[in-house]
Design a binder for this molecule. Structure first.
Ligand code: GLN
Length: 449
């Protein structure tokens, strides 16, 4: 049914870069056969999955939505995707994203923009707009994303779906294309809180192949999603994540959701996290710095597109021509910013200062957890904007990440949940919880559902 739905609507949505119908059907038939043979299978056996094209999946191309990797076929499978296969899930294919997962609109993809199923002249969020749009258009019930500064939560917010960024180290980055390694975190998305928690349970947990993987039990996310009881839970509304720049409709839906949580027994307080005001600026130094380092490997020698026509004779000429042709404008912008911020003479002023802000954000969070069990805010300052509206204005594009970035900087768990509509467009409610308390994110999400 999902494959038929993709055939019917995806030329309008453009959620998928690659679909492998035969392979998906073979996986589905394999699960049917095991079930018919009496095997007891897990709760997601047979469930179709849309995979953001940042995850390696053996035998299928992994493009990161870049010309640089347009024809690159993964020689191995990422831990997260392998765990889904082991759980009996059916991989429909790979979904669209901003090139190398940099962006908030899925417009910078080398494979064309993805459209928001709620209004096809609007963006589906980014960078993981493909997986979110696939959910919203009923092309898939579950999806995978990666969240470096909001790329799971922001698309969830503007498509009326659920998306969770696990605690940093809670899910394995092995086999996921590296963008900004100290911030990147794979995570689940779905149309309901429980579906998303079931997928979280499948993909999370320690992986010796990822040095930053946390060797601890997976937080009880499924139990929390089933329970959904918030009586006595201390919920902190972050003062710095509202006010000017936030649309009135978003704030109305947010306040209604907070009132609904109060009505079912949550204790709501206002908290201040003063350094969140600098999170966006610090992120847009740290993130490009790590990008400039991670993307150095696409040099036409080890990986990626190779342009070596006549006239490009030296290694340097081949690299220059290949990187010039392979990367889009946003990737180039970040490589240049990051290289500058890391260069000797500027390192302390830019990268060093940004790292200090990152420490201050962690301290603010540490203070907040003394009085609150979770923190909440809108997920995005506005609903989905129009395709093209911010494409030529990087700063207004970056502003879409205002609320989501602090969670990445602090390495904490965070999710976005549907909070109703404003002018016919979905609004997201963001929940943040301490390190390895991802269960509380689902607990609040389930109470809102
Ligand atoms: N929009 C943010 C950026 O462009 C977040 C990206 C992400 O989370 N992958 O960097």
């Amino acid at each position: 049914a999902c494959l038929d739905r993709i055939d019917a609507v995806d030329d309008r949505v453009n959620a998928f870069i690659t679909v492998d119908r035969d392979r998906a059907l073979a996986q589905a038939r394999g699960i049917d056969a095991r079930r018919a043979a009496g095997e007891r299978l897990g709760p997601l056996a047979g469930a179709p999955l849309a995979v953001k094209d940042m995850f390696c999946y053996k035998g299928m191309r992994t493009t990161a939505a870049s010309r640089m990797l347009e024809h690159w076929i993964s020689p191995y499978t990422s831990t997260v995707v392998q765990r889904c296969i082991d759980a009996g899930m059916v991989i429909l294919g790979k979904t669209n994203l901003d090139e190398f997962a940099m962006g908030s609109s899925t417009e910078t993809s080398a494979f064309g923009a993805t459209r928001n199923p709620w209004a096809t002249d609007r963006i589906p969020g980014g960078s993981g707009g493909g997986s979110a749009a696939a959910l919203a258009a009923f092309e898939a019930p579950l999806g995978l994303g990666t969240d470096t500064g909001g790329s799971i939560r922001m698309p969830a917010a503007v498509t009326g779906t659920v998306g969770v960024k696990p605690t940093y180290g809670g899910t394995s980055r092995y086999g996921v294309i590296a963008m900004a390694s100290s911030l990147d975190q794979p995570g689940p998305c779905g149309r309901s809180v429980l579906d998303t928690a079931l997928l979280h349970q499948v993909i999370a947990g320690h992986d010796p192949m990822d040095q930053t993987s946390v060797p601890a039990d997976v937080p009880p996310v499924v139990e929390a999603a089933r329970r959904g009881d918030v009586a006595g839970l201390r919920i902190g509304v972050v003062k710095e994540l509202s006010g000017p720049g936030y649309s009135a409709g978003v704030l109305e839906r947010f306040n209604e959701a907070v009132a609904a949580l109060t009505a079912v027994g949550a204790e709501v307080v206002e908290v201040s996290c003063p350094s969140f005001e600098h999170a966006l600026a610090a992120y847009y130094l740290i993130q490009p710095s790590e990008v400039s380092s991670n993307l150095a490997r696409y040099d036409a020698m080890r990986y990626g597109l190779r342009v070596d026509d006549d006239g490009h004779h030296s290694a340097e000429q081949v690299m220059t021509a290949s990187r010039g042709a392979g990367f889009g404008a946003e990737a180039k912008r970040r490589i240049i910013i990051g290289t500058y911020a890391l260069s000797s003479g500027y390192y302390d002023a830019y990268y060093g200062s940004a790292q200090k802000v990152r420490t201050l954000i962690s301290r603010d969070l540490g203070e907040a957890w003394k009085t609150c069990d979770v923190l909440v805010s809108p997920t995005t300052p506005t609903t989905a904007f129009r395709i093209g509206e911010r494409a030529d204005d990087p700063l207004s594009m970056y502003a879409a990440d205002l609320c989501t970035i602090p969670a990445n900087m602090g390495g904490i768990a965070s999710g976005s949940f549907p909070a109703g509509l404003s002018d016919g467009l979905p609004v997201g409610f963001q929940v943040m919880a301490p390190v390895m308390r991802d269960d509380r994110v689902y607990q609040v999400g389930a109470a809102l559902e």
